[in-house]
Design a protein around this ligand. Structure first.
Ligand code: DOR
Ligand code: ZN
Length: 425
């Protein structure tokens, strides 16, 4: 195993220092380190962060390998500075059995670019009718701890209650896609001024807020852990704020796109901006940013949702919702929050690792910890070129935008997965 001596690096925004990686762990930090056998990387001006952890990634395998595979998505993740991703269950077949979650887990190991932690479905086939084999998935080699029907809401309150009860035994988490389906039937975009003007059916904020309000009450009643996926409205933030003040065991995520883009993007009728939940208003964005900074929203998760060209480059009404996120998330975080490195490490690495229970991830580079880390050049700017992305899909909403920051290198247990901004394999 090659040793790496990273010189002049700022660890999470601290004073420049050297960092030695050997045998998969951080062997030492401090100025003037020497190691004859190590490959030296001059990291002057770069910032080392604990490897990013994404709690919400769609990898599309099995079933839609034309849009993404575990390997291509893992490569996109590594290039984005990630060392672990949680793979959503809405594959085909659905990841609702021990067999499928083990398959995804095994494919992740084979790709070897990030740790791929499968999420299991809550209900059989995501149909919202019967609980899936949560225990068998938890006991499988994949060791599933997070369950989600993401893409669909577990809208039946009795099933939601049972799911929360079931996972309590092993401290599992139910990650809810909060969308009351009766309020979003036929919805195409955020319900508001813009949808009225464009004549598109609206997805009202209350459809999200009502489910979150119900679910925090259920989680409180059961004493179990709830995670709320892709929070998108100011009203949701208020519900979460109250629940957390009462001590409910709830965590929440926001996506990069909900922190940056508004529903006015729909005026272009470009389906690259169609996503579920939809892009909201500037008022919502302000509330989400504040909530993330305060910790009412715990983490940034990408909801990386690759889609094949034919599913995106069509009429708005027929296009699938979702956008790419892994390769641009850190740049969006830098754009929104600036170089608040501790905040970025907390919201994109430490806390997601803790929620997912991923040992060895989310730890600041320090002697003895597994060398899962990423090196960022905060001064670099780059133009997003869809054709250059490692994802098999091209549906980035940031095409040709100039974004701050560049991932220079990523290490997974001491082995580089990205060097010089390029994937190693
Ligand atoms: O926009 C979305 N795309 N939202 C979801 O909840 C699912 C995801 C997907 O799977 O494409
Ligand atoms: Zn979702």
């Amino acid at each position: 195993m090659t040793a790496y001596l990273i010189t002049g690096v700022s660890i999470v925004g601290g004073e420049p220092t050297d960092l030695l990686i050997r045998d998969g762990v951080v062997a030492g930090t401090g100025r003037g380190l020497a190691a004859d056998d190590a490959t030296v990387l001059d990291a002057t001006g770069l910032v080392a962060l604990p490897g990013l952890v994404d709690l919400h990634t769609h990898l599309r395998e099995p079933g839609r390998e034309d849009a993404e595979t575990v390997e291509s998505g893992s490569r996109a993740a590594a290039l984005g500075g990630y060392t672990a991703v949680c793979a959503m269950a809405n594959t085909s077949p659905v990841a609702d059995t021990a067999g499928v979650v083990e398959q995804v887990w095994r494919l992740g190991r084979e790709a070897g670019l990030v740790d791929v932690q499968p999420i299991g479905a809550v209900t059989v086939g995501l149909a919202g009718e019967r609980l899936a084999e949560l225990g068998a998935m938890a006991d499988s080699a994949a060791g599933v701890r997070i369950f989600s029907d993401d893409g669909h809401c577990v809208s039946d309150p009795r099933l939601m209650r049972r799911a929360l009860e079931y996972v309590k035994a092993f401290d599992g988490v139910i990650a809810q896609h909060a969308e009351e389906p009766r309020l979003t039937d036929g919805a195409q975009m955020h319900e508001g001024e813009v949808s009225t003007r464009l004549g598109l059916t609206g997805w009202p904020a209350v459809a999200e807020e009502a489910i979150i309000a119900r679910d925090v009450l259920l989680a409180e009643h059961v004493g179990s852990r709830l995670h709320v996926c892709h929070v998108s409205t100011a009203g949701s933030v208020e519900v979460l704020r109250q629940a957390k003040a009462r001590g409910v065991r709830v965590t929440a995520e926001v996506t990069p796109h909900h922190l940056l883009l508004t529903d006015e993007k729909a005026e272009s009728y470009d389906p690259v901006f169609k996503v579920n939940p939809p892009l909201r208003t500037a008022t919502d964005i302000a509330a989400l940013r504040e909530a993330l900074a305060e910790g009412v929203i715990d983490i940034i998760a990408t909801d990386h949702a690759p889609h094949a060209v034919e599913d995106k480059e069509c009429e708005w009404a027929y296009a699938r919702p979702g956008m790419l996120g892994l390769e641009t998330a850190l740049s969006i975080a830098l754009d929104v929050f600036g170089p608040r490195w501790d905040l970025i490490a907390e919201r994109m690495s430490r806390t997601p690792a803790r929620i997912a229970g991923l040992a060895g991830h989310g730890l600041d580079p320090a002697p003895g910890v597994p060398a899962n880390l990423t090196l960022v050049d905060p001064a670099a700017r780059r133009v997003v070129e869809p054709a250059e992305l490692a994802s098999r899909s091209r549906n980035t909403p940031y095409a040709r935008m100039t974004l701050p920051g560049r991932i220079v290198a990523t290490f997974l247990r001491g082995e580089p997965t990205v060097l010089d901004g390029k994937a190693v394999k």
